[in-house]
Each structure stands twice: as C-alpha cells, then as structure tokens.
Design a protein around this ligand. Sequence first.
Ligand SMILES: C[S@@+](CC[C@H](N)C(=O)[O-])C[C@H]1O[C@@H](n2cnc3c(N)ncnc32)[C@H](O)[C@@H]1O
Length: 305
Amino acid sequence: MMTLPRYCQKPKAPPIKSQGIKTKLTPLILASVKWDGEGRWIEPFLGSGAVLFNIQPDKALISDTNRHVIEVYKMIQTGEMSSASLRQYLEREGEQLEARGEEHYYAVRERFNQLGSPFDFVFLNRASFNGVIRFNSKGRFNVPFCKKVNRFRLAYITKICNQVAWVAKILQDKDWIFLVQDWRETLASVLPEDFVYLDPPYIGRHTDYFNSWSDTEADELAEAIKELSCGFAYSMWKKNKYRENEHLIKHFSHYPCVIYHHYYHVGSTENLRNAMEEALIISPDFLAPNEKVHSEKELTQLSLL
Ligand SMILES: C[S@@+](CC[C@H](N)C(=O)[O-])C[C@H]1O[C@@H](n2cnc3c(N)ncnc32)[C@H](O)[C@@H]1O
C-alpha cells in the first residue's frame, strides 16, 4: 500500500504540459503529507496529472472540468492511446507539419475544435506557442503555432511516447476513476479515509474557458475544504513582489502551511525573473514531521510555519 510521507528525488513529467504544472512541487507534497493510503487520493483539479502520476496512489478519484485532459488519460487507461499508436500519429502529423508549415498546425487546430480527438490535443499541446492550453469563451482551443515546423523530430516524439508508456504502466494495476466534473461534485463523494489534493486555478490570473476562478468561487472552495471529513492539501500562491494573498490570510491563517519559493520568467533573459512564494496548506492531522520537508533539494528555500 502507498503511504505518505515518501521521498522522490526526481519527479517525472507527464505527457501533457500545462501552465501551473506542479511537477517540481511533487517531492514536497510527498514529503509533507502524512497519510496511510487506506482510502482514495482525490484530485478535483487534475490539470496535467503531474502530481497524481508521481504520487501513484492505489485508489484514486480524479476529475477536472477540462474534458480534453481527462480524455487523454482515459484513452491511455483503456489502451486506445498507447506509446505505439501515438508514435504513429505524431510521425505522420509531424511530417505534414514539416511539409506544410503553420497551415497544417491550424488545420489540426480546426479539426480538434470540430471533433475533439485526444491525439490532436496532444499534438496541439506540443506544437502550440509555449505549450499553453487555452480555450476561448466558446470553448475553442485558440493558442497560435510555436513556429517550429520541425517540432516533431524523432527524439521529441520518443520523449512524449515514453511519457505515455510511463503513465500506461502506472495505470495497469491501479483502481483509478477519471471523471469530467466540477469540483463540487467530486468533493461531495469524499469519505473519511480519503485524502484530497487541491490545486485550483490562481484567482484572477488565468481567464480562459476552463480556468476562470473568481474570489467568490475561491471562497466557496475554501469553506468546502474546511468542512471535509478527510485530510487535504491545498496549493495556493502566498506572496509575490507586490502583495500577500488575502485569500490565505482570510481562510487559512491557523492551518499548517509549508512555504516554498519558485521563480517565474517574465522576459527572455535569466535575470528577468520574479520570485513567487507558494503555500501548501495541510489539514492539521496530516502534516508529516518537519525534517522530511527540509530534505527536499529541488526547492530553493523552505520554512515550516
Ligand atoms: C492549476 S490547474 C491544475 C494543475 C495541476 N496540479 C498540474 O500539476 O498540472 C487547475 C485545473 O483546474 C481545472 N478547473 C478549473 N475550474 C474547475 C472547476 N470548477 N472544477 C474542476 N476543475 C476546474 C482546470 O481545467 C485546470 O486543469
């Protein structure tokens, strides 16, 4: 049985890229949470799946309102998308991209917006500008081309296919359920032995179809998780150069909180970077012993409040 805390020196990246991806944070989550693994790992805001696939719980309930990310993982689970079938697809589409350039990217984008194929979603996710996932108010994927016509070189295809193979292998012996649904529905089914990890969109930062997140919704979620019958960990930004996150002060000032710093780039050169302080709020009885947290090497600075 999978129990926490646990060490993981090198977290792996999943086949889907997304803004707000928490791959680098997973060692901290693994080391900071104390959980016996008896119930289900519940993740109502799956995103790329980076946390889930590095945690690898035995049982899980996973959801997101973005059906495209859920569909990719459901197809890997059923075998409809495999490392081999994705390779065949990416080799074919990559050749066409090289031959036809951006015209092909936009043709795939249009096809995806009509039909919603998970294979096309992976293609767009890897050939769009900065690997951003963004949908307009009508739910249409609208990110422009990254401008690299030879995007799908063999080494890059192999990298993506290896990520799919990694996920497929994990899924083989797991009791995991993937659902497209709102966080409220997911939290409604929580049982006392479960553990919930929550990583909602940042308040007011992303404004696309799947990532709008208002103060009201953030308040509602905060109230709901404080009422949960099981343990939880909640990721949220804490402080940047300009201000403190009032939301955390308002709702979680008395909760255990692991702080970590990360940098995000705001320009093209190394020195154009801003520090962001992030918080992992953990429900009181589920905080792992302190020294585990400090052994995490990937994080530049850490303190336990
Ligand atoms: C910050 S991302 C999660 C990132 C993820 N932890 C990772 O490592 O990639 C937030 C996710 O919440 C989803 N989301 C937004 N509103 C939602 C809602 N009302 N219910 C469920 N999921 C929602 C978005 O589609 C997005 O995938």
